[in-house]
Design a protein around this ligand. Sequence first.
Ligand code: C2E
Ligand code: MG
Ligand code: MG
Ligand code: MG
Length: 293
Amino acid sequence: AAKDRGRARLELFSDELYERAEKRMRIESDLRVALREQQLFVEYQPQVRLKDGRVVGVEALVRWKHPKFGVVPPGDFIGVAEDCGLINGIGRLVLEQSCRQLADWTRLAPGRPLAMTVNVSPRQLSDPAFFTELRQVLADTGIDPRALCLEVTESAMMRAPAEIVQLLDQIRQLGIYIAIDDFGTGHSSLSRLRDMPAEVLKIDRSFVDGLGSETGDTAIVSSILSLAYAMGKHTIAEGVEQPEQAALLLRMGCEAAQGYFFSRPVAAEQIPPLLTGALWEARSPGAPHSAPH
Ligand code: C2E
Ligand code: MG
Ligand code: MG
Ligand code: MG
């Protein structure tokens, strides 16, 4: 009987594995079509400067309008795209589209500086064509390289071999900024962090969640902020959903934040109206100026 149970479990397990493998293959082949048929598009989430509530940048986030399943979030396909190499094509599309978009917005309101942040996978950074493509996009769109920021996750950054760190340095020398995404989740070593050509730390949403209620989270956010300040790096908090979190972040010296509280990621057309006013007004304007500037 034990043998039977064992076999039953084994079959169940392989069924699951099979289904998962099949699902991934399905996603992969649908994604190839998606790239060809332009089913991928980009939404933009505002990034707000906490001291005055102004939108100072946006993060480009890819979406997939699947003909059968509707809008699929990136969490459901980026991993597959990374494994099968399609991430390079997707990344190129997002980079081109978001830089063109930034050029349009800048033409509409030349006096108002706005930064565009684009997520980049490690696989894109290992692509020998990436740097050339990046320079090509800058040339084609004419955007100021200092208005572009590339986000690499902390875990990818910490695993990056010397060639990738060198590439990031070269990118930095073009004027483009580098941000470390999901900071706090990727086991940074301090010496490695010091040597990284990244000037922005993005505090992971998981710590912002418990800000003010969980002492552990508050302590983590506070130590990330002091570390950033000591290293002369800029800070953005992710996943702000409550006004109390925004107020606390401002008090703790965080410079900028994004999250559903300010705005969800939205279609490009919805961004310009958000640029004229403030998305938030800090209740106590006399907050301490402990941030880098
Ligand atoms: P991420 O770069 O850390 O992006 C932040 C994610 O948090 C986004 O999810 C955003 O919609 C979500 N978010 C923003 N504010 C809030 C909030 O207040 N509460 C909650 N619960 N969530 C919030 P999204 O768009 O589903 O993207 C998930 C991840 O997929 C991204 O995490 C990023 O790692 C990856 N991704 C998205 N677009 C791209 C892309 O173009 N290229 C690459 N390589 N990865 C991408
Ligand atoms: Mg990101
Ligand atoms: Mg993140
Ligand atoms: Mg993330």
